[in-house]
Design a protein around this ligand. Structure first.
Ligand code: ZN
Length: 244
């Protein structure tokens, strides 16, 4: 019994370390390309090394960290503009297809439709980027899941991992727009309109791509005016409230 308790305490610690580290990455306190040291993080976040190691492995599997032999973990560099464009192209192939499949399925149970409508809702801008990032990922995941294809759902989830860092470049107004677009998708799926579900997803991804490009350009412009960030991570400097 005590073994089970110890195991669940370990789990909780690993989860807590994961949540904190992910927040630091999404909020840009651990910048893309920054080296991440297990020792440094363990000291700074006041965890032992084991939960930190587990958190790092999990973030690596989500695509937020990269691991190189001998040099350890680094925060995944941002995709180049061409890679990001490519990623959106692939999402535009897969995700409207998932939305179409979801709308074609047997009547959604009321509970499923309610869950999807709920997932379409976005947090208020004041809660910050991490909450937005996760809410957006959850919605896309929910649609993929409703497609009924595990293969499709996995493919979409894997692509989505690369989006985390980009969702952090978000203007407050974009959150409201995103919610409206998600709602249109959820409603088309709930009323079994496959053509509209696919079209609404395609529109959303095109708008999201344009919004990201714009927010990213603004953030880059702001960065070139500001003094450069130190490239390596020594502790976790609090970045000023610089909303992109
Ligand atoms: Zn979305």
């Amino acid at each position: 019994m005590s073994g089970t308790v110890a195991a669940s305490q370990k789990r909780t610690l690993a989860d807590a370390a994961y949540t904190q580290l992910k927040a630091h990455i999404i909020q840009g306190e651990l910048a893309p390309g920054a080296k991440v040291s297990i020792d440094g993080l363990a000291r700074r976040l006041e965890f032992s090394q084991t939960p930190i190691r587990e958190a790092l492995a999990r973030l690596e599997s989500e695509g937020l960290l990269a691991r190189r032999p001998l040099s350890g973990y680094t925060v995944t560099p941002l995709l180049t503009a061409a890679e990001l464009a490519d990623l959106y192209e692939i999402r535009r192939l897969l995700e409207p297809f998932a939305a179409r499949r979801a709308a074609e399925r047997d009547p959604l149970a009321d509970a499923e439709a309610a869950r999807l409508a709920d997932a379409a809702r976005m947090p208020t801008p004041t809660v910050g980027r991490l909450a937005f990032t996760e809410a957006d990922a959850r919605f896309h995941d929910a649609v993929a899941h409703l497609s009924g294809s595990a293969q499709l759902s996995n493919a979409i989830r894997r692509l989505d991992a690369h989006m985390h860092l980009y969702r952090a470049y978000i203007e407050p107004g974009a959150i409201e727009e995103t919610e409206g677009e998600h709602r249109a998708i959820a409603e088309a799926i709930a009323r079994h309109d496959p053509t509209e579900a696919a079209a609404a997803m395609r529109r959303h991804l095109e708008r999201a791509r344009d919004r990201h490009n714009e927010a990213f350009r603004n953030a880059e412009a702001a960065q070139t005016e500001a003094p450069a960030e130190p490239p390596a991570m020594t502790g976790l400097p609090k970045r000023g409230e610089s909303t992109p």
